[in-house]
Design a binder for this molecule. Structure first.
Ligand SMILES: [Zn+2]
Length: 684
C-alpha cells in the first residue's frame, strides 16, 4: 500500500474544480502540485477498486459495473489537466513528470485489469447477463468491459500477467520518449533567412516566419520551422529550390538525426514488444489484436479498402507528375523532378488551371469568422449555441472559454479552444475532454477543448487561415461536438469513446459544411473590405477540391500501408527503417513522393498507441463521411432538419452506446459504399 499522503483531495484545486464556471481554478495550480496529487489520487482509486473487488455481496450492476465506471474521479480530474498541459503548454518540469507518471499510470491500470477478484465479479455478471434482463446499453457496457479484461490478460497465468504488465509499462515509456524526441527535433531545427531569400512567399507566411524567428531570438529575420503551418506553405510558395530541398530534408528526417533524439531504436523496441504482446494474448499479430474491436475487424478488411485506393492513387499521381514536369520545364528548370518540387509546381498548376492561388483565398478566411461559422452550423443542425466568457483563467492566456447552451437556453457544457502555435505546444491539432458528459450516478457535464497550431498574427492583425487550416478547425470542432452532444448513460461509451475507425466520422463529416455556399457567403468575408468571397472564387475553390488528389492520397495511403505492414506481421523487423524502405519498394512507391508520416516521426502510431494498426481509420471514416454527406445532398438541403435530427441522435449523441454498423445504418438506412469517397477524392 502506498504511504498515506499529505494531499487533501477533497480540497485541492486540481481535484475539486471550484473555479469560475466549474472549471479548475488554474490560478491556484502550480507545476509542483501534480506529483503529490497524482500519488494521492492513485491511492484513492486503488482503495475504491479494493472496496469493489473485496465486496462480499453478490455482484450487481450497481455494486460492481457502475462502481467501477464511477471510480477514480480525482484521478480523472488531475489526469485530464495534466495531459492538457503536457500537450498544449509543457515545460521541462511537466516533461520530467510525464516520464514519471506515464509508467505509474500504466502500472495502475494494468493492475486493475489484472485484478482477479474484480474480474471474477465482472465474469459472474457476464455469465448471468441474459438472466439480468439488462437494457441494451448496459448489456453492451458489460460485454465490452468483460472483453477488455480478457484482452488485457485477465485469463493469463501469473507469469503471463507479470510479463504483460512489464510490456505495457515499457511501451508507455517508449511512446513518451518517441514524442519527446520528435518535439525536440521540431523545436531545435530552424532555417533562418533574410529578406533576400523570400522570393515567392506570400505576406501571411512572411509574417509567420518573422514571428517564429523573433520567438527564437532572431528578431528581424525569418525562420522556416518544422511546424506544418510554416513548412507546408514554404514548400508550396518558395521560388528557391535549394531552400525547399533543405526544408524537405529536415522535415522528412525528423526523429532520424542520430544522437539522443533519434527514434530508430525506440521504434524497433516498440514493434518487438507489440508483437510479443499480441502473441501472449493469443492473436496472430498486433494488428489482429488492435482491430478486434473496430468496425473493420480484420487486417484483410483494411487491405480490401486500401489496396484498390492505392492503385488508383499511384496512377493518378503518375499522370499528375507528367503535367507538373511540363510546367517545370516551361519554367526553365532542367533539374530532375524531385519530392521538394511537388507542392511548388502543384500550386503553379492549380493557379494555371483554376486561376487563383491559395494566397488569394486567405484574406477571406479569418480565424474569428471561421470559428463563428463552426458555431453557426452547429446551431443550424443541432440547435445548440455558444457564448464566450472573458477573463476565465485556463492553462494559457490564449485559450478561450465558451458556454454551450441547448435550444431552450439551459447549459449543456463548456467548450475551450486554444488556437495559436507556441514552442510549449506540441505540433498538430486535437480535441480532448477535461470532463466527459454522461448520466450515470450524479451525471457529468462535458468540458471539451480544441487545440490548434495556427501561426499567431502580429499584435493588432487578424489571424488568417489557409483552406486546409479552416478545414482542420471544422474537423476538430466536429470531434468537440461528438463530446458535447453526447446523451449516453455510461462514461465508458460516452462522447468520442467509440471504435477508432468510427471516431473520425463526426469530425470528417463536419468538414463538409465549411464549403456549403450559404456558410461561405455569410462567414468568408474579406479581412479589409468585409466583402464576401466572390462567387467566381468560391466556384474555383470548389472545383479545385479534388485537385492534387494523387499526391494527397499517395502520401496518406503509403503511411497507412506501412503502419499495417509493421503490425500485421507476427514478429517485428530488426531494422524498421530498412523494412519501411522495402515495404515502399514492394508498393512501387513513386520516388518523387514521400510518406505523409515517415516512421521516425509517425506520432500517430508510435507516440502512444492511439493509431497503431489504425492509421487507415481516417480513410475508413472518409468512406463513411462522404456517404453520410451525400445523404444531405440527396435531399437538396445541407441542413435538412429531419436528417440532422437522425444524425444527432444516432451519431453525435450516441457515443459508443451501440455497434457502429447499427448506428450508421440507423442514420443512413443502409451501410456506406466506398464509391462516394473515391468520387469525392477525384480518383474515379
Ligand atoms: Zn480527427
Amino acid at each position: 500500500m502506498p504511504m498515506p499522503s499529505a494531499v487533501d483531495l477533497a480540497a485541492h484545486p486540481l481535484t475539486t474544480w471550484q473555479g469560475a464556471l466549474g472549471l479548475p481554478d488554474f490560478t491556484r495550480i502550480g507545476d509542483g502540485d501534480f506529483s503529490g496529487v497524482f500519488d494521492a489520487a492513485l491511492a484513492a482509486h486503488e482503495a475504491e477498486i479494493e472496496a469493489i473487488s473485496g465486496n462480499t455481496e453478490t455482484p450487481t450492476i450497481e455494486n460492481t459495473l457502475a462502481a467501477l465506471e464511477l471510480g477514480g474521479e480525482a484521478l480523472d480530474h488531475v489526469s485530464s489537466i495534466f495531459w492538457c498541459r503536457a500537450g498544449a503548454h509543457t515545460n521541462e518540469a511537466i516533461q520530467a513528470l510525464e516520464r514519471d507518471i506515464s509508467p505509474k499510470m500504466s502500472r495502475h491500470f494494468s493492475a486493475i485489469s489484472m485484478n482477479e477478484r474484480l474480474f471474477a465479479r465482472i465474469d459472474d455478471l457476464y455469465q448471468r447477463r441474459d438472466a439480468l434482463k439488462l437494457d441494451a446499453q448496459t448489456l453492451r457496457v458489460l460485454e465490452k468491459t468483460w472483453k477488455n479484461f480478457v484482452r488485457s490478460g485477465a485469463r493469463l497465468d501469473a507469469e503471463g500477467k507479470k510479463r504483460l504488465a512489464s510490456i505495457n509499462e515499457e511501451l508507455s515509456s517508449l511512446g513518451t520518449n518517441f514524442g519527446q524526441n520528435l518535439l525536440a527535433d521540431e523545436r531545435d531545427w530552424a532555417l533562418f533567412l533574410d529578406e533576400a531569400d523570400l522570393a515567392g512567399l506570400p505576406e501571411f507566411l512572411k509574417s509567420a516566419m518573422a514571428e517564429a524567428a523573433e520567438m527564437r531570438g532572431q528578431k528581424g529575420r525569418y525562420a522556416v520551422t518544422l511546424s506544418r503551418s510554416i513548412y507546408e506553405p514554404f514548400s508550396t510558395f518558395s521560388e528557391r529550390r535549394d531552400l525547399r530541398e533543405i526544408a524537405f530534408r529536415a522535415f522528412t528526417m525528423r526523429g532520424q538525426n542520430g544522437g539522443a533524439t533519434d527514434n530508430a531504436t525506440v521504434v524497433r523496441d516498440m514493434l518487438r514488444l507489440r508483437a510479443e504482446k499480441a502473441k501472449l494474448l493469443g492473436y496472430a499479430s498486433y494488428a489482429a489484436l488492435k482491430l478486434d474491436d473496430t468496425m473493420a475487424k480484420t487486417p484483410e478488411a483494411v487491405h480490401a479498402l486500401l489496396d484498390p485506393v492505392w492503385e488508383k492513387a499511384v496512377e493518378k499521381a503518375a499522370s499528375d507528375q507528367i503535367e507538373l514536369q511540363r510546367l517545370a520545364a516551361e519554367a526553365g528548370s532542367n533539374e530532375e523532378f524531385a519530392a521538394w518540387d511537388w507542392r511548388f509546381y502543384q500550386e503553379k498548376l492549380r493557379a494555371e488551371k483554376f486561376a487563383f492561388d491559395e494566397a488569394e483565398l486567405k484574406p477571406y478566411l479569418q480565424l474569428d469568422r471561421i470559428i463563428d461559422a463552426c458555431f453557426d452550423v452547429a446551431t443550424k443542425l443541432f440547435g445548440i449555441s455558444f457564448e464566450e466568457k472573458q477573463g476565465i483563467a485556463t492553462w494559457h492566456p490564449d485559450a478561450r472559454v465558451f458556454v454551450v447552451r441547448n435550444a431552450d437556453g439551459s447549459e449543456r457544457g463548456l467548450f475551450l479552444a486554444d488556437y495559436f502555435a507556441r514552442p510549449s505546444k506540441r505540433s498538430g491539432a486535437w480535441m480532448s475532454a477535461l470532463k466527459s458528459g454522461y448520466k450515470l450516478g450524479d451525471g457529468s457535464r462535458p468540458v471539451i477543448y480544441n487545440i490548434m497550431n495556427f501561426a499567431k498574427p502580429p499584435e493588432g492583425e487578424a489571424a488568417l487561415l489557409s483552406v486546409d487550416e479552416a478545414k482542420t478547425l471544422f474537423h476538430e470542432f466536429g470531434h468537440a461536438l461528438h463530446g458535447m452532444l453526447t446523451e449516453v448513460t455510461w462514461p465508458s461509451v460516452a462522447g468520442t469513446s467509440v471504435s477508432r475507425d468510427f471516431v473520425e466520422l463526426p469530425s470528417q463529416l463536419y468538414e463538409h459544411w465549411l464549403t456549403v455556399p450559404a456558410v461561405l457567403e455569410k462567414h468568408a468575408l474579406h479581412v479589409t473590405t468585409g466583402k464576401p468571397m466572390p462567387k467566381a472564387l468560391v466556384d474555383k475553390m470548389l472545383a479545385a477540391r479534388t485537385f492534387g488528389a494523387g499526391f494527397a492520397t499517395v502520401e496518406f495511403t503509403a503511411s497507412a500501408l506501412v503502419d499495417m505492414a509493421y503490425h500485421a506481421r507476427p514478429d517485428a523487423p530488426n531494422e524498421p527503417l530498412r523494412f519501411e524502405a522495402e515495404t515502399l519498394e514492394k508498393l512501387n512507391m513513386p520516388d518523387t513522393l514521400a510518406m505523409r508520416h515517415r516512421t521516425p516521426h509517425f506520432g500517430h502510431i508510435f507516440a502512444g498507441d492511439g493509431y497503431s494498426a489504425g492509421y487507415y481509420s481516417y480513410m475508413w471514416s472518409e468512406v463513411l463521411d462522404a456517404d453520410a454527406f451525400a445523404a444531405f445532398e440527396e435531399t437538396g438541403d445541407p441542413f435538412n432538419p429531419a436528417l440532422a435530427e437522425r444524425l444527432r441522435k444516432n451519431i453525435y449523441a450516441a457515443g459508443g452506446s451501440k455497434d457502429p454498423e447499427e448506428l450508421y445504418t440507423a442514420f443512413r438506412g443502409k451501410m456506406p459504399s466506398p464509391e462516394a469517397m473515391m468520387i469525392k477524392r477525384g480518383l474515379v
